[in-house]
Design a protein around this ligand. Structure first.
Ligand SMILES: N[C@@H](CCC(=O)N[C@@H](CS)C(=O)NCC(=O)O)C(=O)O
Length: 80
């Protein structure tokens, strides 16, 4: 199972779309709000090169774009 971290913000509708999918499918992953303190946002920029949310970090690799994130999660979790 890949190590998964989702960077998100409460105010971002694209983040909320991904969070809804995660909740509905009972997917367990680490959540990091980039509006909470400075560190999460700085970490995301370091990993992915930009602060855009949502971003799913898969074993250290950044995947941006909510639709791509949901597609990736669908593929990953249909097998488990
Ligand atoms: N097409 C992207 C849009 C994501 C997006 O626009 N995110 C905004 C917040 S709602 C954002 O992170 N803006 C700040 C930035 O790009 O650094 C998706 O579907 O994930």
């Amino acid at each position: 199972m890949a190590n998964l971290v989702l960077y998100y913000t409460q105010s971002c509708p694209y983040s909320q779309k991904v969070l809804r999918f995660i909740e509905q499918n009972n997917i367990k992953l680490v959540l990091k709000d980039t509006h909470e303190g400075r560190q999460n946002r700085e970490d995301l920029i370091k990993i992915g090169g930009k602060s855009q949310v949502p971003c799913l970090v898969i074993d250290g690799q950044a995947l941006y774009e909510s639709d791509d994130i949901i597609e990736w999660l669908k593929n990953e979790f249909k097998r488990h």
